[in-house]
Each structure stands twice: as structure tokens, then as C-alpha cells.
Design a protein. Structure first.
Length: 128
């Protein structure tokens, strides 16, 4: 492969999500989603997502203050995770549902919002 076509990056190292209330958002990602909290510094909190770091941060400038991309979080048991999170006060847009037949497995999704209004989703690929 020519050098110009070789990949320059190999994986996601960090994803940032804008938040308005860092304490509230940190509690949501730690206590409701069960993500491992790494550390908090002024205006930012960091979590480990199996080697990808998630940063929650208060926007430094108005032009950076907007909702983030949709994060799809892998769940081992989407219905059970949905039930637990619903019981803890997380509001889902809809119950987990099949969105695609991938041949040997089905893709299931369930969308919800964090405390800051960002759209997130649980996902599970269930074998047939």
C-alpha cells in the first residue's frame, strides 16, 4: 500500500460531550451508565470506555456549546440494561427494538438522553 494511503489513525482515543452541569452529568455517566470514572479536573470529567476515553466538558466558547454526536453504547443484555436504567430514572425515547437483520445476528437499539439533552443509544447485536 502506498504511504499516502496508509491509515493515519487506528482507533478512537477520546470522545468529548458538551455538558452544562458537570456534577450532574458525571453522576449520570458514572451511576446510571456504570462507566469507570477516571478523574475530574476543572470543567472536565473523564471516563474509561474499554480503552476509549470519554470526556465530559463545559464548552469554553459559545461556538463550541452545542449537542454532541450520538454515542452508541454496547449492552450485553439490552432489555435488562433498559429495565435497570428506566428504574433508575433514565427516560428512553422507545423500548429496545430490532432495527436491522445483519444475516447471522440482529441489531437492536434503544435511544435515550443524558441529563444535558445529548442523544445516546444502547445497542446490542443478538445472534440468531
Amino acid at each position: 500500500m502506498p504511504a499516502a494511503l496508509e491509515p493515519r489513525v487506528s482507533r478512537i482515543g477520546q470522545i468529548s460531550i458538551n455538558v452544562k452541569d458537570l456534577d450532574r452529568a458525571t453522576a449520570f455517566y458514572r451511576d446510571r451508565l456504570g462507566l469507570k470514572h477516571l478523574f475530574t479536573v476543572p470543567k472536565m470529567a473523564f471516563f474509561d470506555c474499554s480503552g476509549v476515553r470519554l470526556m465530559l466538558g463545559i464548552a469554553e466558547k459559545p461556538e463550541f456549546d452545542h449537542p454532541g454526536s450520538i454515542l452508541y453504547l454496547v449492552a450485553r443484555d439490552i432489555e435488562g440494561t433498559h429495565a435497570t436504567m428506566t428504574g433508575e430514572g433514565v427516560s428512553f425515547e422507545a423500548a429496545p427494538h430490532k432495527v436491522a437483520d445483519l444475516g447471522d445476528r440482529d441489531l437492536w437499539l434503544a435511544f435515550f438522553r443524558d441529563t444535558e439533552g445529548n442523544l445516546l443509544a444502547l445497542m446490542e447485536e443478538k445472534p440468531h
